[in-house]
Design a protein around this ligand. Structure first.
Ligand SMILES: Nc1ncnc2c1ncn2[C@@H]1O[C@H](COP(=O)(O)OP(=O)(O)O)[C@@H](O)[C@H]1O
Ligand SMILES: Nc1ccn([C@@H]2O[C@H](COP(=O)(O)OP(=O)(O)O)[C@@H](O)[C@H]2O)c(=O)n1
Length: 424
C-alpha cells in the first residue's frame, strides 16, 4: 500500500509539468527530442518514431530519494539487458524541463520487435510495482502517422489522471544540453555539507562510507589558509604529475600531498564501483581531508599537491555531459565555481600533452589504469571534455603548461611560474 501511495505521489508531482517536459532519445550518440500535447494538430511524427514497426516504451527512473535513484539507474540497464527478449533494442533516454536545473530524469527508450508483447510488458509491469520507475508505452494511431503516449500506473496499466491520448510531437533542442541540468550536487559538490550528506545517507548500504565519515575534519579546518604557498599540479594520467611533483618537492624543500589522501586508499576501489552521485561525493570529501593536511604542512613549508578540486570537478563534469565538447556548460557557468568552504591554492598548474605522447608514456609505464583512465585512452571526446573543463574552472584558474619537453625543462618552467606568482 505504501508503495502505491509513493508511486502515486511521485507521479502526481510530475503531472503539473508533464506537458512542459521534453524527452530526448539518443540513437547512435545523436539526440532526438520530442514532447507531448493533448490535442493532435497535425504536426509531423518525431524522428524516433518515424518508420517504426516495433512497440515502443520509455522507462524513467524517478524517486525523491536521490541515493535510491542513483543506485537503481545504475542497475537498470543490466536488469533490462538480462531479462528482455533479444529483439528489444535499448537507447539512453531522458526527460527534462528545458533549461530548468535539477529537472532531469534518466532512463531508457525501448523498441520491441519480438512477436509477443507479453514478456516485455510483464517485466515492465513488475518494474513499476517494485522499483522507482515510470513506464510509458507508445501506440501508433490506426490511420498511421500519429503516436500517442500512455503513462502506466503501477501494475494495472491504466493511465493515471492523464488525458487518455497524449500525442507525441517533435521538440526543439534546448539551449542547455539536458545532461548539464543536474550536475550541481549530483556530480559536483560545492560544499562539504552537500557531499557529507550523500555519504551519511549511504552509511547503511556501504560500510566504507561510515569509515570515510570518521576520517573527516571539521568544516572550519578545511578552509584554513597556511603561511606558505600551496601549488597544485593537475593533468590527465601520465602527463607527468608524479614526476614533476616529486621534483618540485625536492627543489623547494616542500611537503608533497595528494588528493584523494592516502588514508582513503583502502576505500577508493569500492567507491569507484558506485554510481556517480556516491563516487563523486567520496572524491569531493577527499579534497577536504587533503585541505586540512595542507593547512598543517603549509605552516612549516611550501606544499605541492598532486591533483585537487580541479580533477574532482573536471572528471565529474566530463562524465556527466554526454555528446560533443560543445554540450559542456559554457565558460562562466556556476558549475565551474570553486567551493566557497574549500581552501584555495596559491597556484594551479595543468600539464597538457599531445595524445600520442601521452599514450606512449602510458605504454612505457605499463601500469594498470582506472576504468576512467582507460576510457580516456579510447575516448578522445572524453579527454577533450576533461581538458576543457579544467580550463573553465575558476577561482583559482589553472595555468596550462606544455608537458612534452624533457622532465627537467618542465620543472624549470613550473619553477619560474611559482617564483613569479608565489614569491618563493
Ligand atoms: N617530461 C617528461 N618527458 C618524458 N617522459 C616523462 C616526462 N615526465 C614524466 N615522464 C614519464 O611518463 C610517465 C608518466 O609520468 P607520471 O609522472 O607517472 O605521470 P602522472 O603522475 O601524471 O600519471 C612516467 O614513466 C614518467 O617517467
Ligand atoms: N582530487 C581528485 C583526484 C582524482 N579523482 C578521480 O580519480 C581519477 C584519477 O585518479 P588517479 O589517481 O588514477 O590519477 P593519477 O594520479 O594516477 O594520474 C579520476 O578519474 C578522477 O575521477 C577525483 O575525482 N578527484
Amino acid at each position: 500500500m505504501r508503495m502505491v501511495y509513493e508511486m502515486a505521489r511521485r507521479t502526481m508531482s510530475l503531472l503539473p509539468h508533464w506537458s512542459s517536459r521534453v524527452s530526448s532519445v539518443e540513437l547512435n550518440g545523436t539526440p532526438f527530442y520530442f514532447s507531448t500535447q493533448e490535442k493532435h494538430r497535425g504536426e509531423e511524427v518525431p524522428r524516433v518514431f518515424r518508420g517504426n514497426d516495433g512497440r515502443c516504451y520509455s522507462l524513467l527512473v524517478c524517486s525523491s530519494d536521490t541515493i535510491r535513484r542513483a543506485k537503481f539507474y545504475a542497475e537498470l540497464k543490466d536488469k533490462l539487458l538480462t531479462n528482455l527478449p533479444p529483439e528489444c533494442h535499448l537507447s539512453p533516454m531522458c526527460s527534462f524541463l528545458p533549461n530548468i536545473k535539477d529537472s532531469l530524469l534518466k532512463g531508457y527508450f525501448l523498441k520491441d520487435t519480438s512477436e509477443s508483447s507479453s514478456p516485455t510488458e510483464r517485466l515492465l509491469r513488475d518494474l513499476t510495482q517494485r522499483d522507482p520507475v515510470l513506464v510509458c508505452s507508445y501506440l501508433r494511431g490506426e490511420t498511421g502517422g500519429v503516436w500517442t503516449q500512455h503513462l502506466w500506473s503501477d501494475g494495472d496499466n491504466h493511465t493515471m489522471q492523464m488525458p487518455k491520448d497524449y500525442y507525441v510531437v517533435p521538440a526543439e533542442a534546448p539551449e542547455h544540453h539536458p545532461s548539464t541540468l543536474n550536475i550541481i550536487n549530483s556530480d559536483v559538490f560545492y560544499s562539504f555539507e552537500e557531499a557529507y550528506q550523500v555519504l551519511e545517507k549511504c552509511g547503511d548500504i556501504i560500510p566504507e562510507a561510515r569509515a570515510v565519515l570518521e576520517l573527516l575534519p571539521s568544516r572550519e579546518e578545511a578552509r584554513r589558509k597556511p603561511d606558505f604557498p600551496v601549488i597544485v599540479i593537475e593533468g590527465l594520467d601520465a602527463t607527468g604529475k608524479t614526476t614533476l611533483t616529486e621534483s618540485l618537492r625536492d627543489a623547494l624543500g616542500a611537503s608533497l600531498l595528494r588528493s584523494p589522501p592516502h588514508c582513503l586508499s583502502p576505500m577508493r576501489a569500492r567507491f569507484d564501483r558506485e554510481p556517480p552521485l556516491i563516487r563523486r561525493a567520496f572524491y569531493a570529501l577527499g579534497n577536504y581531508i587533503t585541505a586540512v593536511q595542507i593547512g598543517q604542512e603549509g605552516m612549516k613549508t611550501p606544499v605541492i599537491v598532486d591533483r585537487f578540486w580541479h580533477s574532482t570537478a573536471a572528471y565529474a563534469i566530463a562524465t556527466a555531459v554526454s555528446g560533443p565538447v560543445c554540450n559542456l556548460p559554457a565558460e562562466g557557468s556556476e558549475v565551474y565555481c570553486w567551493p566557497s568552504d574549500l581552501l584555495q591554492p596559491s597556484l594551479v598548474v595543468c600539464l597538457t600533452l599531445d595524445p600520442e605522447e601521452r599514450r606512449r608514456r602510458l605504454r612505457d609505464r605499463g601500469q594498470g589504469k582506472t576504468e576512467e583512465e582507460q576510457e580516456l585512452d579510447h575516448n578522445q571526446l572524453f579527454r577533450l571534455k576533461v581538458e576543457k573543463a579544467y580550463q573553465r574552472i575558476s577561482g583559482p584558474a589553472c595555468v596550462t603548461v606544455d608537458a612534452s619537453p624533457p622532465a627537467d625543462l618542465v620543472l624549470q618552467q613550473v619553477l619560474l611560474l611559482i617564483r613569479g606568482k608565489c614569491h618563493l
